[in-house]
Design a protein around this ligand. Structure first.
Ligand code: GLY
Ligand code: MN
Ligand code: MN
Length: 433
């Protein structure tokens, strides 16, 4: 739970960053059409939510900053009996005023007239430059004579970089549900199952544990499918001797988790699978161990590329000196992606990697990032020893930067070969007795 006072603190902080005689406007998300008259499940805009804690659509948040004064205003959808009959209860103006600690709350129907009035008093308008054009049009209608437009998104993004204790608790809760889901599929008897069976088992655990949704579309990629990085069709049968790369995490109270485990269908790694898996795992552990305040993400990336390249040479996947191979970017064929990303309200959290002078932002206490090295070898790759062809492995954990180092928030999810095999065997053994 995040207290209303925390949202208010965030608004106070962002108000301080605005220039005087300005107005900042953020809108709730709109429903997105799925097909004909059905919509996708609604998800609030992350920046709007970060500053308001308000979950409804058709709402807006306004911060007015004069030379001497700051005023925060929330616009909410009116309570209307007939609309509520179809679409559910609204908080409404009166309750919102009591609960959400804004200076003023109005019906959304008053938004344009208030906007018009406030625009006359300011010189700078802040809004999210990625806003839907329909909403930009409304703003521009009243902001015709304003000399300056500024993007509010980077200001919110820089605040989202450091997580509060309450935010970390929600991320931990999301991860603990995701842990149950991964453990459930690891321990499942997979004989005759398809990838989507594992996906449905995981997403059942998410929903059944009170998680709103998955934080991104689950990837359940068995065998060679794991070599398609964003594989989401999840429609293949699980073959006895293959690995399954599962990249799936729930969203709990708007906070993401992002976990990948790669597990054997049979419950037991073959020697070649184990060799490659333990190479990736060793790299992952070494990179996680580097995480501490003042360390740089690009250094983690560089180190991961060095270690993976050295590992691939050791296993006969690449040939030559690691320095030359790195220089020629030969490793990119098998490890083409980044070592990780910020995580929070969004799985790829909208927080900056560089400061306003284009300099890299070093790690700080309270940041949360993923560490996810991987190796992907196509079944048709004739340059690689046969035993490794068709293997795709990624191992991903969610890491909190602490005062003196880091805490792996997902360290309880089975990860070593031994842990995974032990968990797999619980069910196989009980089935046989
Ligand atoms: N699940 C998306 C990612 O790992 O970045
Ligand atoms: Mn990730
Ligand atoms: Mn992931």
């Amino acid at each position: 739970m995040i207290q209303e006072s925390e949202y208010k603190k965030r608004r106070d902080l962002i108000a301080k960053k605005l220039v005087k005689n300005s107005l900042a406007v953020l809108f709730s998300n709109s429903y997105k059409n799925r097909s004909n008259d059905t919509d996708y499940p609604y998800r609030q805009d992350s920046n709007f939510y970060y500053l308001s804690g308000f979950k409804e659509d058709n709402s807006a948040l306004v911060i007015f900053k004069s030379a001497t004064n700051i005023k925060t205003i929330l616009f909410v959808e009116k309570k209307e009996r007939l609309k509520e009959l179809w679409n559910g209860k609204r908080v409404g103006r009166k309750k919102a005023k009591k609960r959400f600690l804004f200076d003023e709350v109005y019906d959304y129907s008053e938004f344009e007239s208030k906007l018009k009035e406030l625009m006359l008093k300011i010189k700078t308008l802040y809004f999210d430059f990625k806003l839907d054009y329909s909403k930009v049009k409304v703003l521009k209608r009243y902001a015709k004579n304003l000399p300056t437009h500024k993007n509010i998104a980077p200001l919110v993004a820089s605040m989202r970089l450091i997580k509060s204790d309450a935010e970390i608790k929600l991320i931990e809760k999301a991860i603990s549900i995701t842990q149950d889901a991964h453990h459930k599929v690891i321990s499942l008897d997979k004989d005759g199952l398809y990838e989507y069976h594992l996906q449905s088992e995981m997403e059942y655990v998410f929903k059944n544990s009170g998680a709103y949704s998955d934080a991104y579309t689950s990837i359940v990629a068995s065998g060679n499918s794991a070599n398609t990085l964003h594989y989401i069709s999840n429609d293949k049968i699980l073959l006895e001797d293959s690995l399954i790369l599962i990249d799936a995490g729930c969203e709990y109270e708007y906070y993401a988790s992002d976990i990948t485990r790669t597990i054997p269908v049979s419950g037991q790694f073959s020697d070649a699978q184990k060799e490659l898996y333990e190479m990736v795992l060793d790299v992952q552990l070494k990179i996680i161990a580097m995480i501490k305040p003042d360390e740089k993400r690009t250094l983690l990336q560089e180190k991961a590329e060095i270690l993976l390249t050295q590992g691939m040479i050791r296993l006969g996947i690449l040939k030559g000196s690691y320095k030359k191979l790195l220089k020629k970017k030969k490793h990119k064929k098998y490890y083409p992606h980044g070592i990780g990303h910020w995580m929070g309200l969004d799985v790829h959290d909208m927080a900056p990697y560089k400061d306003e002078n284009d300099k890299e932002i070093p790690l700080k206490k309270g940041m949360v990032l993923t560490i996810e090295p991987g190796i992907y070898i196509s079944k048709n790759d004739k340059c690689v020893p046969k035993k490794f062809r068709g293997l795709g492995i990624r191992i991903e954990d969610d890491i909190l930067v602490t005062k003196n180092g880091n805490k792996n928030l997902s360290s309880n999810i089975a990860k070593t070969v031994d842990e995974i095999e032990k968990l797999s065997f619980t069910i196989s053994t009980s089935k046989n007795t």
